[in-house]
Design a protein around this ligand. Structure first.
Ligand code: ZN
Length: 130
């Protein structure tokens, strides 16, 4: 297993971590199989989406924020970050990326994104070869 950290820059932030995941796969000697990317946090997740038009990332964050507002008088969690927990669960805490010929097999426009929902802060990302 390999782990790296990512510094996020805003409360809601998507960071392209494709290169770091590839480097972890390289370090683990993965040539064929799959890489499990796991986020060991409860208010950050991981997803795969478009890397060509940055408006896609902005729109995704906007849609999540509109769907799950930061404040809601019905939230019970005393820490005050229920929206971050919910958004992270929607994105999920792991993704599986196929590997062939030592390279992550992603679509032309796909990148792997760490999804921050209670930043800015430092986040851990774990990569395991399967
Ligand atoms: Zn909390």
């Amino acid at each position: 297993m390999k782990e790296f950290t990512v510094r996020t820059d805003a409360r809601d932030d998507l960071k392209d971590i494709t290169q770091q995941v590839q480097q972890a796969a390289d370090a683990l000697g993965c040539s064929e199989g799959a890489c499990l990317v796991f986020i060991p946090h409860t208010t950050a997740g991981v997803t795969i989406n478009e890397n060509a038009d940055p408006d896609v990332v902005s729109d995704l964050l906007h849609i999540l924020d509109k769907t799950i507002p930061w404040r809601d008088r019905n939230y019970l969690h005393g820490e005050g970050n229920s929206a971050a927990h919910a958004k992270a669960s929607l994105m999920g805490f792991s993704t599986l990326v196929p590997v062939a010929g030592g390279r992550l097999v992603l679509g032309t426009w796909q990148s792997v994104y760490l999804c921050e929902f209670d930043g800015p802060r430092s986040r851990r990302v774990q990569v395991q070869v399967l």
